[in-house]
Design a protein around this ligand. Sequence first.
Ligand code: SIN
Length: 478
Amino acid sequence: MQFRSDAYIDGQWRQGASRFKVYNPANQEVIAEVPDLGAAEAEQAVAAAHAAFPAWAAKTAKERAQVLRAWYELMMGDIDRLARLICMEGGKPLAEARGEAAYGAAFAEWFAEEAKRAYGRVIPTTTATRRYVTIKQPVGVCAAITPWNFPMAMITRKAAPALAAGCTIVLKPPHQTPLTALALAELGEKAGLPRGAFNVVTTEHASAVGKVLCESPLVRKFSFTGSTAVGKKLGAMCVGSTVKKVSLELGGNAPLLVFADADLDVAVKGAIASKFRNAGQTCVCANRILVEDAVYDAFAKKFADAVAKLKVGAGDQDGVEIGPLIDDKAIDKVSSMVAEALADGATAVTGGKKHGAGAQFYTPTVLTGVTRQMRVNREEIFGPVAPLIRFKDEDEAVAIANDTPFGLAGYFFTKDVNRAWRVAERLEYGMVSINEGVYSNEVIPFGGWKESGLGREGGVEGLEEYLETKFVNFGGFA
Ligand code: SIN
């Protein structure tokens, strides 16, 4: 398979003085070596984006939409290669990687359309001699730092609205998965993105490059997807240095509630879809599964039986549903969280150990007898481990679900329509899904409450994040 492995700055493929290795998490083999760039190259990328901004912003929305539409078509035309890249560097099973490629491409399609709808307003006047309007303008040069768990979709979810709005962008992809980002640059170039509009700075020196992106006075908007701890630091740098606009999509601790009146087969299917997506490595994966007393044992059995059947292996093997974790740190973290829960009295009804498929594979696990104090309930696991916690009634379920500083995604299963409305309103989460475990797509506003982030990505809201509102007063006329 052919792919680009040089960085992309100002429309040029750049080799850099040194390079770092990209590994396949399924077997730890080296796939490629890419440029290990630093602060100087990040400054150059920002300067290129700054130079490209006036001409790109001056294009009509329709002209920008045509380029974005072409980018979308090229991604869809290259979906097999993109899926293979995502699988190879990120570990995601091929069918899921293909799903991500289509999901990622859809942001370019959606924001090509939304570009044309950056409407201002006419505000009814308060004085006969004045007229008030607002207009929307691109915020300027944008910078983005994206995560490895969605090597493609988290890039297009930021870059497509930025470009649609008339902004230019500098991207720092994760060091684990830079190749998909470079493939997007290659397709963007073919689609007609002008030089400097979309720049990819590959690096293993995240903090040096991140500092430039957060503090450069030329960058007016910063968007980050990753952990809450890192997001807080980057957000503080952006605001403390140059008061940039900031979007943060941070960690979660998603509860999934199964009420006694739920269809248990639907709940099992939804819980598996949510918990085991990308081997549990998404910010919206159900982190803890809360089950009403009356159905706890029945649900635990059905769920564990289904989980035990999940096929684990390298993502490019037929029928694999659970791939490797991203690196050895991830395996160590999951192993230690499970070991702690078991030591504190939980039971692994299935799994509970590493998997024989390779060094970075963990067996899909269901833990019963989990309590609220355990780390698996309080912290994001980011692995294929499902802790089951009991609750006695709706009030207790909602209290446990909301007892966290995070507020990204929440799920619940019920057949009672009154409860559906009530609990949807009571959960303190940016996204709530009823009777379904996966819902992500380009038309919804994706984002969290509390320490899960700031701003929304996708949907109508996603374009707003890259626009400034300007109020204009037409005054003094008769
Ligand atoms: C994430 O894990 O950050 C994104 C998940 C999604 O887009 O569904």
